[in-house]
Design a protein around this ligand. Structure first.
Ligand code: DCC
Length: 215
């Protein structure tokens, strides 16, 4: 069976062996030629400042999620952040090892928090993870995430995870495309009882204060 048989008459262009290789492998998380350097917002927190949780029920950073990652994220230089979490019993996939999806979730969270320094609410459009080494329960995972380019509403992020600290063993890498949205995105799509609870107590959702917008 050929690729054409599998995919129909219009086979995906990436299947065209005669296409230039650089084009073939240029994926959606790669900034296009016209992308510009991201700009740190003048009111972004200073490097070293803790960014805190953006929502107390968030699996990545929320204080009210006992099984969550409890990521503590700090602003870094430029358009970058760092974070750490300890791999807990509840994070296992294989015995004694982190579940890969949770490591991807940590990347999602930490790259999402880069939006804080840009002051643009954004959601994940695409997230890619390279798992390089197994990550044992009980170890500290140190994460770093940064923005490598912007093209209109599209933000191109990178991240890495190391064991125990910023100079530790590189265990995973990630690339993502985030898409800037209006705050209404969350109000429109969120479960109404949760949205209402946040609107009644904005302290629970720091993004509302960080972006200084009343939805
Ligand atoms: C309060 C702050 C909190 C900040 C605090 C941080 C919290 C961190 C939390 C972690 C982050 C998350 O988990 S967020 C939750 C997970 N993500 C989501 O739920 C998003 C679900 N998807 C969507 O809502 C939608 O698909 C959007 C918003 C991503 C895009 O929809 P849209 O607004 O209609 O825009 P659309 O025209 O489709 O896309 C805009 C451009 O992006 C491109 N694009 C869109 N998706 C993709 C994709 N998967 N792969 C390639 N390219 C894509 C399009 O081709 C287009 O390019 P062009 O034609 O312009 O060239």
């Amino acid at each position: 069976m050929t690729d054409q048989d599998r995919h129909g008459a219009s086979a995906h262009p990436h299947d065209d062996a005669s296409a230039p290789r650089a084009e073939v492998f240029r994926g959606p998380t790669e900034p296009p030629e016209h992308a510009v350097a991201p700009e740190r917002h003048p009111q972004a927190p200073e490097p070293g400042a803790w960014l805190g949780t953006h929502y107390d029920q968030c699996f990545g950073c929320g204080e009210q999620r006992p099984e969550g990652l409890h990521l503590r994220v700090a602003a870094g230089p430029g358009v970058s952040v760092t974070a750490e979490f300890k791999v807990a019993e509840a994070h296992q996939g294989a015995p004694g090892l982190i579940h890969g999806g949770l490591l991807s979730a940590a990347f999602d969270e930490v790259m999402g928090t880069v939006s804080w320094l840009l002051r643009v609410p954004a959601v994940t459009g695409r997230l890619e993870t390279d798992f390089l080494k197994p990550v044992p329960v009980g170890r500290i995972v140190h994460l770093r995430a940064w923005c490598v380019g912007q093209a209109g509403r599209k933000f191109y992020h990178r991240a890495e995870a190391r064991l125990d600290g910023p100079e530790g063993l590189l265990v995973a890498k990630a690339a993502a495309l985030f898409v800037g949205v209006k705050l209404e995105h969350f109000v429109t799509h969120g479960r109404q009882e949760d949205v209402q609870a946040v609107l009644e107590d904005p302290q629970r959702y720091r993004s509302l204060r960080a972006f200084d917008v009343n939805p």
